[in-house]
Design a protein around this ligand. Structure first.
Ligand SMILES: [Zn+2]
Length: 302
């Protein structure tokens, strides 16, 4: 048994033996760890926002970013909880959300994801020739997965094709917080992974459903955000994203009906109705979004 593991066992024994009061330190919002409430928060460094929740015997993490940032996350979260039960949810298969999986697995985390995620992850790794570095979920679910550490109930739910073909929303029912993965790009042009199973129509429905399932107090964590708007928000932000996707489809549909070619449609660089949307790169840009909308409206099996 290595030293770290030994100390962890020691921690477990003493917690049980002395029924210690809260072992959890108080969080301060100094970054990269930010607490929202109830020992639950997010970690933002590089890639998709990591969510976390700690009790005295459990650590739950959502998404793993990259190997290097996963190391920093795991070192930091150790200040707040070293529970023997360790769980990592993957919200979907994209590299900036799962490339730290191996680092978490080495630290005894069990990985949980929707049943489509490992295969999408394998296809992605194969295309990038990184299969030997891939670590996928060992536990999968088709509709939902529920666990209840301490007073919290955590529910991972699948709502159908949206940003990819295997997205889940991770609900913390007691804290009234939901991690959206990449189902919200907050005031950023989103990546819409059509080849990985995305559906703009499905995504619109999902945002409406998830906004309905929350209430005015629900805090949502987003995979990515415009720096001016951040990576957390409320259900109005979900509905704003829904409105953007709806406008994207309506606009593209009208352009097709007006006889414009794909090339002409892709010339639009921004929408007047959504002036806050940021394009950090060509990859996350309105022309890319218009191209996916065009394909969804014109190709079969959309
Ligand atoms: Zn993604």
């Amino acid at each position: 048994m290595d030293r770290k593991l030994f100390l962890r066992h020691l921690g477990l024994l003493s917690a049980g033996a002395f029924a210690a009061p809260s072992l959890l330190k108080t969080f301060r919002s100094e970054g990269p760890f930010f607490e929202i409430r109830n020992n639950l928060g997010y970690f933002s460094m590089r890639g998709g926002t990591i969510g976390w929740f700690v009790t005295e015997d459990t650590i739950v993490s959502i998404d793993s970013q990259y190997a290097e940032t996963a190391v920093q996350f795991l070192e930091g979260i150790g200040n707040y909880g070293t529970g023997p039960t360790r769980v990592l949810f993957n919200t979907h298969h994209h590299g900036d959300h799962v490339s730290g999986n191996g680092t978490f697995a080495d630290d005894n985390y069990q990985i949980i994801a929707h049943e489509n995620v490992p295969e999408l992850q394998r296809r992605q790794a194969e295309a990038r020739d990184t299969l030997d570095e891939m670590t996928a979920a060992g536990i999968t679910f088709s509709q939902e997965y529920v666990m209840s550490p301490g007073m919290e109930t955590i529910r991972a739910k699948y709502y159908g094709n949206a940003h990819t073909g295997g997205d889940s929303v991770i609900w913390f029912e007691n804290a009234n917080v939901a991690h959206m993965g990449d189902l919200v790009f907050n005031r950023l042009y989103p990546f819409i992974d059509r080849d990985g199973g995305a559906s703009i129509t499905g995504w619109i429905d999902l945002l409406e459903t998830v906004a309905d399932e929350g209430d005015s107090e629900t805090v949502y964590i987003f995979g990515h955000g415009n720096p001016d708007f951040g990576v957390t928000g409320n259900r109005d932000d979900l509905l704003y994203m829904r409105d953007f996707l709806t406008h994207l489809l309506d606009h593209t549909s009208a352009e097709i009906a007006a006889g414009k070619s794909r090339e002409e449609i892709l010339e639009t660089r921004s929408f007047d109705l959504f002036p806050d949307h940021l394009s950090p790169s060509d990859f996350l840009s309105l022309p890319r979004n218009l191209d996916v909308a065009y394909r969804e409206l014109t190709e079969e099996n959309g």
